[in-house]
Design a protein around this ligand. Structure first.
Ligand code: TIU
Length: 245
């Protein structure tokens, strides 16, 4: 029999040692207006409306007269953050803005807004614009949801209005959100405000949200973090990645 000293006991003990920080521990992320403290196990990544209709030519975003290429810089940082959330087994949720094929959940005022030649529900190059089940309504392939990740179909700009998002968060014990996606001043901002009024803390990584308008993007972030974090916190995704165990 070899003596026990032949075994690399020290290395084995090191390998078995628990991580210094657990996913159920609170950690702090450098953010504005002050560090965001969160518990990864109860903090979901909520990716707003990264749909072909907003990020690709021929969809709703372009129909509104926007340069959709402006949103594409958000894809790579979102992929990185999503990869980290998945690797840690943390909760991921995606939203899609759109309407029932019968347009029953489309307010007539939203249909009429903008006075454009084509509007929501009309045929476009990626199918009927902003209609559930159409190619343009779906999430871009780069960030496509995995089986088991929650997808919230929302008729409005906010992810809580006329959806079961709040109930799902309650059932799963989600208390904080990292909110990313498009657009900063419209659906991201509305969702952060709705979450804030329901008692949730929201952290927005500035490189993972985007707008067709740089000035509104900046203002959208400013509004979230102003007045001591009136709606939430703003950071860069590198700070979140650095803070994860
Ligand atoms: N138009 C615009 O900036 N945004 C939207 O209509 N929806 C979302 O922000 N998702």
């Amino acid at each position: 029999m070899p003596s026990s000293t032949a075994y690399p006991r020290f290395i084995a003990v090191k390998a078995l040692a628990p991580p210094a920080v657990k996913l159920t521990d609170a950690i702090a992320v450098e953010a504005e207006p002050y560090p965001f403290e969160f518990t990864p196990a109860t903090c979901a990544l909520l990716i707003i409306d990264m749909q072909r209709d907003f990020l690709e030519p021929g969809g709703f975003g372009e129909m509104l007269g926007n340069d959709v290429s402006r949103l594409r810089s958000t894809i790579a940082p979102n992929r990185k953050l999503l990869g980290a959330w998945r690797a840690h087994g943390l909760q991921v949720m995606h939203t899609r803005e759109g309407h029932r094929p019968d347009l029953g959940c489309l307010p007539p005022a939203k249909k009429a807004r903008g006075r454009s030649r084509t509007s929501i529900g009309d045929q476009g190059p990626m199918g009927r614009i902003l209609v559930r089940g159409e190619a343009g309504h779906d999430i871009i392939p780069e960030l496509y949801p995995l089986f088991g990740e929650t997808v919230i179909d929302k008729p409005g700009k906010g992810a809580f209005y006329a959806t079961d998002l709040h109930a799902i968060m309650q059932y799963r014990g989600i208390r904080q959100l990292i909110v990313t996606g498009v657009t900063t001043e419209v659906c991201v901002n509305t969702t952060v405000r709705e979450a804030n009024d329901r008692g949730y803390d929201c952290l927005v990584p500035e490189d993972c949200v985007g707008s067709y308008f740089p000035n509104l993007h900046a203002a959208g972030l400013e509004m979230i973090k102003a007045q001591g974090g009136i709606f939430g916190w703003v950071t860069h995704s590198k700070n979140i990645l650095a803070a994860l165990p």
